[in-house]
Design a protein around this ligand. Structure first.
Ligand SMILES: Nc1ncnc2c1ncn2[C@@H]1O[C@H](COP(=O)(O)OP(=O)(O)OP(=O)(O)O)[C@@H](O)[C@H]1O
Length: 588
């Protein structure tokens, strides 16, 4: 049929502009092999595509196409090239490009993008604001766009080891790094996997105590930083300052601290600087990385993370709007791509209302406003989005209805105006600093205790840790513990007298459990929600997205544990982490 795409096996053949335009209507991901008429599509990659099609089994959202550069105007820049090019179109937008038949890279890209589509469909992730890739065939362009093999500026990776994290050295190290004109491009506190440690330290894999070192590095939380140097600025320390005494110290790690002696000897600027700051024993540094593979193992989405800066702000629906139009506003918030990280109803005290409404204090309706603000619950939200602060401000409009009607008639201020009170019924933080303060105030962090049980596989454990982070928890402390009877009593004192306790002990004796302190606002209840009902069967019915529904096998092999209330949480934390709980959850 004329104008209809011809499906040849797994790839649609696109050989004119109108088929190209039609192909851009595909939902989800389309992987396009751009080929030249004289040499044909890349046969070598077809095996990979077929395998992925079968394994991923996502025909609705995963499409493959071959597109002939010579007959499609859009693909003109790729004409007369001998190397194949693969384009990745998501909902009609070309968001990535890989040059050459690089099967591992193409494979990884497809899996990442399909996993994203799945999460977006399940409501677990907001669609990222993709940047469209420029369709030009210059080598420099490729390096930037493909999120792949090389980066345009060198980075350094710093790993702050678990002992240093416990000793609360992270802030000091970060401050020193910033003082020295470095930019922290990405950071994360996490439990490293053995694979990550082995890869990062592969140069010392032949050291006799390497496996002990791997165990040490995976025994608690590490802190990972990707840093770059500020452009056009010299580091403030002089090379001539080199301190021979310090160098001598750097080349030999103190024995018995759980680390391989002389693990890293690379003497260059950052490393030297950390030495002079007496900080090199707390962290390991790999400098001047231009190959992203090392960054990818810690931050697979580094390129995108760099281009998309997610921001968090506090937003408010004042009492009238909350009471009358909550659903309408929440729908708009979702449609505009904001993710609601936390929400709670708050009845403000007079003092709080006065602080929040300071900008109106000279208006004649101020008293009326304070009365309104304290009259019933407002809805406080923590919103997350790229460019969140500006987007929210633009969406809600100015602070008074008069201004909004004149300058921004489309804004929510105009749409949800209330005649008796001429101010914006919505509020948003004025700056990111204010947002941090306001979030901390209205959503004060709470600690809970969580356990990942021994029967969980390493892959499942990784998945669970990711779910925990995606839910907004900070993993404040972690340790692996074999919960023998005496130790299990410290966690499960609540069920000691129950008939099934001996079965619980048996399950726990199968291997080490991962005991964690999780921190966020409402942590105790939120962790119980994320775990799901005790029995995985019931969880699958009542809470199919919960951890127990996804990974639980039986009531005893139900994957995770959590404190039932704040008192139990604090008692267990004191039992398991004596003295290791920071008073201020933000301390490290
Ligand atoms: N009826 C039962 N039969 C067998 N095992 C049970 C039973 N009830 C609970 N358990 C096991 O004992 C653990 C602790 O029981 P508890 O009553 O404290 O459950 P919970 O508060 O829902 O879950 P958890 O304390 O593990 O977060 C459960 O996680 C489960 O593995």
């Amino acid at each position: 049929m004329a104008g209809k795409k011809r499906e040849i096996q797994l790839q649609a053949v696109i050989d004119n502009q109108s088929l190209w335009d039609e192909m851009l209507q595909n939902k989800g991901l389309t992987v396009i092999d751009v080929y030249q008429a004289w040499c044909g599509p890349c046969k070598a990659m077809q095996t990979l595509f077929r395998k992925l099609k079968n394994e991923l089994n996502e025909d609705e959202i995963l499409h493959f196409a071959v597109a002939e550069a010579d007959s499609i105007v859009t693909l003109q820049p790729f004409r007369d090239k001998c190397e194949p090019v693969f384009l990745f179109s998501v909902n009609g937008k070309i968001i990535a490009k890989i040059k050459g038949a690089n099967a591992p890279l193409v494979n990884q890209k497809i899996i990442t993008l399909i996993n994203e589509e799945r999460k977006i469909a399940a409501g677990e992730m907001v669609r990222p604001q993709y940047h469209e890739v420029a369709l030009v065939d210059s080598d420099s362009e490729d390096a930037g766009e493909t999120c792949s093999e090389s980066v345009d500026e060198p980075y350094s990776i710093v790993i702050i080891n678990p002992d240093a994290v416990i000793a609360r050295k992270v802030l000091e190290i970060k401050d020193k790094i910033i003082d020295a004109q470095f930019v922290i491009e990405a950071e994360d506190k996490r439990l490293l996997t053995k694979e990550q440690v082995r890869y990062f330290y592969s140069q010392t894999a032949n050291e006799p105590d390497f496996e002990d070192f791997v165990s040490f590095m995976t025994s608690g939380l590490s802190y990972i930083l990707v840093i770059s140097q500020k452009k056009e600025q010299q580091p403030p320390w002089g090379e001539s300052e080199a301190n021979s005494e310090m160098e001598a110290r750097e080349t030999g790690r103190p024995a018995g601290d759980g680390q391989v002696a002389g693990m890293k000897h690379k003497q260059d600027s950052l490393h030297e600087y950390m030495g002079r700051q007496h900080l090199s024993q707390f962290c390991d540094i790999e400098e001047n990385i231009t190959n992203t593979k090392l960054i990818d193992i810690f931050f697979p989405d580094f390129k995108r993370m760099k281009s998309i800066k997610l921001e968090k702000i506090l937003a408010l629906l004042r009492p009238y709007l909350f009471y009358e139009k909550k659903e309408d506003v929440l729908n708009i918030i979702q449609e505009e791509g904001f993710k609601i990280m936390m929400q709670r109803q708050i009845v403000f005290s007079e003092e709080e209302a006065q602080t929040l409404c300071k900008e109106y204090e000279n208006k004649d309706y101020f008293e009326n406003l304070i009365e309104n603000m304290t009259s019933g619950p407002s809805l406080a939200l923590v919103l997350l989005r790229e460019n969140c602060l500006t987007h929210w401000k633009q969406l809600i409009g100015p602070s008074t209805v008069e201004e909004a009607r004149e300058h921004l008639p489309e804004s929510l201020c105009t749409r949800f105006a209330m005649e008796s009170l001429p101010i914006n019924q919505l509020y948003g933080s004025d700056s990111l600093e204010a947002a941090e303060r306001e979030i901390q105030y209205f959503f004060p962090p709470q600690h809970t205790v969580a356990l990942i049980k021994p029967h969980v596989s390493p892959e499942q454990r990784e998945d669970i840790l990711t779910l925990i982070k995606e839910d907004g928890f900070d993993i404040t402390q972690v340790k692996e513990v074999l919960l023998t009877e005496d130790k299990a009593d410290k966690v499960y004192f609540k069920i000691k007298g129950k008939a099934f306790y001996k079965d619980v002990l048996e399950i726990l004796s199968e291997g080490p459990s991962l005991v964690m302190i999780l921190t966020k606002w409402n942590a105790v209840l939120d962790w119980r929600r994320l775990m799901g009902p005790t029995d995985p069967e019931e969880a699958r019915l009542l809470s199919p997205d919960s951890i127990r529904a996804r990974y639980g096998r039986s009531i005893l092999r139900n994957v995770v544990h959590g404190a039932s209330n704040t008192q139990e949480a604090m008692e267990t934390i004191n039992n398991m982490f004596e003295g290791l709980l920071p008073e201020n959850p933000d301390e490290d």
